[in-house]
Design a binder for this molecule. Sequence first.
Ligand SMILES: *Cc1c(COP(=O)(O)O)cnc(C)c1O
Length: 432
Amino acid sequence: MFVSENLNVTSEGHLTIGGADTVELVKEYGTPLYVMDEQMIRKSLRRFHDSMNKYYNGQGEVHYASKAFSCMEMCRIVASEGDGLDAVSIGELYTALKAGFPMEKVGFHGNNKTDEELRFAVQNKVGHIIVDNISELHRLEKIAEDLGVRPNIMFRIKPGIDAHTHDFVKTGQIDSKFGFALETGEAFEAVKEAVSCKNVNLYGLHCHIGSQIFDIAPFEEAAKVMLGFIAKIRNELGYEIEGLNLGGGFGIMYTDKDDPSPFETYLERVSQVVKSECENLGIKLPRMFIEPGRSIAAPAGITLYTVGARKEIPDIRTYISVDGGMADSPRYILYGSEYTAIVANKADQEKTEKVTIAGKCCESGDLIGENMPLQHAESGDIIAVCATGAYNYSMSSNYNRLQKPAVVFVNEGRSRIAVKRETLDDIIRNDI
Ligand SMILES: *Cc1c(COP(=O)(O)O)cnc(C)c1O
């Protein structure tokens, strides 16, 4: 019934997350409400970094991909676990900086960084800038020269791997806006240039093949391709690449149709491939980086809504409308994503219906999902949508001038606000 181990039911039939009663949370904070379970976030981070220690001799780092879910409290939690961060904009960098995140543990990504962003990253001494294209390299060189520093860079490489996932979240194939192509020689030319460049230090290579990937094989393939390239650079240019960043993309369970591998298995298998390839190729074991985003944030979060209208269209479908929608939960309208929902105040009851849960925005496509098994829901009931911790709050908008919901963190039964609910004045804050 539950897609996440941190969900439970009280004797009154109330859904709990991280030990906190969702019905009580709604009384205190209102709806729509994002709820994140701190212990679940910490546990997932530890599963990744403990596996890195176990299977890769501790020669690696876990960098949480903050685009999945970013706010200052999240940065503080990641920092307190000793993990790093991946940021893709000046806004994500700024959030980390203001949260006191150690910037040397930040990797700065993006396929079209502005000069302002590059300068901000360099001035604030981020650990690595992951350079996406040749014009960015040139702009960064100039900025580094101006500032009299020599930043560490990695190159974003398209390893030419077809990950089996949604087209919009595939990123490793040649027809992608991200990174340098291997097949065409573009990547090698860029490496040649960077190796002889005095204003940047080419530290590593990076690839990220996509998101919500269940197979481990494409990750193993990508690692092999990248190590082959590292060997070519060593053999032909005599230059040693020190870091290998294999990105994120590990799939999680949204509904019982999903069957992800445990994170540990991923790291065990990929570490084995990296070690044996390095031995075959006669190259030094690189420092390994991974960048899980969804797998850290998604299972830790739920979204709570209040049911408004119930509309039964005979022989067609039943719509259950909630007080949020695509503005706070855009993944259905973007990707047709599926979720598991529970009536949070009737969580002990059987799911006797299949309904379409609709949002309140002026789009027919504004749904949380179709044909969702659910307990009988009526006006005033609370609906919990599970595994919404990633790519919901971070992708939320003010469409229809809706106020963005609050984010509450729960920790062993207690709750605290991490992001305040927007007020009506927030809606007109920048209007003149
Ligand atoms: C999006 C992204 C990630 C995280 O992907 P998940 O699927 O959320 O794990 C990691 N690295 C890069 C470069 C990304 O763009």
